[in-house]
Design a protein around this ligand. Structure first.
Ligand SMILES: NC(=O)c1ccc[n+]([C@@H]2O[C@H](COP(=O)([O-])OP(=O)(O)OC[C@H]3O[C@@H](n4cnc5c(N)ncnc54)[C@H](OP(=O)(O)O)[C@@H]3O)[C@@H](O)[C@H]2O)c1
Length: 179
């Protein structure tokens, strides 16, 4: 699959300590600060998601282009674009897009991790039963930033960037979590 120069492909996910990301079609925890952070990171950008994740969210997320991936030719939720494959979804991103976010779920993360330039990984300090998991992060990624967010619902945000030839990681180390 050909990648578009100038457009970063990022995965963004919240995962329990046992790698669970979903159970019974939804996310088995709620962390208000983490949701705000998701909004701040993704605002104004393109979101790409599997059909099941879209149905869990239930509506297009505002102020972002929502692209849903489905094999169903008749699937057309209002306010979203629909693509029949990951490749087609990436091709639907506007030419000026600088960062496309793949937001889940498990099936889509498994397919797209090989293409990702960056992973925004929130680790929620719980271990919960589930049926959907985040894949192991390949050795070709390295942590470029890490933030422990304290408070009533603590979590850790790690940013992984793909290691480039020569061993350099993407220099974007700016703090993105504000409490
Ligand atoms: N914790 C988190 O950060 C997070 C984030 C997102 C989702 N989740 C959770 O993850 C779970 C959903 O994940 P999931 O793995 O079951 O489903 P999913 O990845 O959200 O969606 C799977 C569906 O997407 C479509 N699809 C996937 N790959 C495709 C491809 N290459 N070509 C065409 N269509 C494709 C198919 O839709 P059709 O069946 O319509 O063809 C497939 O059934 C839920 O529990 C959700 O709450 C958690």
């Amino acid at each position: 699959m050909k990648k578009r120069p100038g457009m970063r492909i990022s995965l963004i996910v919240a995962m329990a300590e046992n790698r669970v990301i979903g159970r019974g079609g939804s996310i088995p925890w709620k962390i208000p600060g983490e949701q705000k952070m998701f909004r701040r990171i993704t605002l104004g950008h393109t979101l790409i998601m599997g059909r099941k994740t879209y149905e869990d969210i239930g509506r297009p997320l505002p102020d972002r282009l929502n692209i849903i991936i489905s094999r169903r030719s008749d699937y057309q939720p209002a306010g979203c674009l629909v693509a029949g494959s990951l490749e087609n979804a990436l091709a639907l991103c506007p030419p000026e897009e600088t960062e496309a976010f793949i937001i889940g779920g498990g099936e889509l993360f498994r397919e797209s991790i090989r293409l990702a330039d960056r992973i925004y990984l929130t680790v929620v300090p719980v271990s919960v039963p589930g049926d959907t998991f985040f894949p192991e992060i390949p050795d070709s990624f390295a942590v470029s930033a890490s933030e422990h967010v304290t408070g009533s619902s603590p979590y850790v945000l790690k940013i992984y960037d793909r290691v480039r030839l020569g061993g350099e990681i993407d220099p974007c180390l700016k703090k993105i979590v504000t409490t």
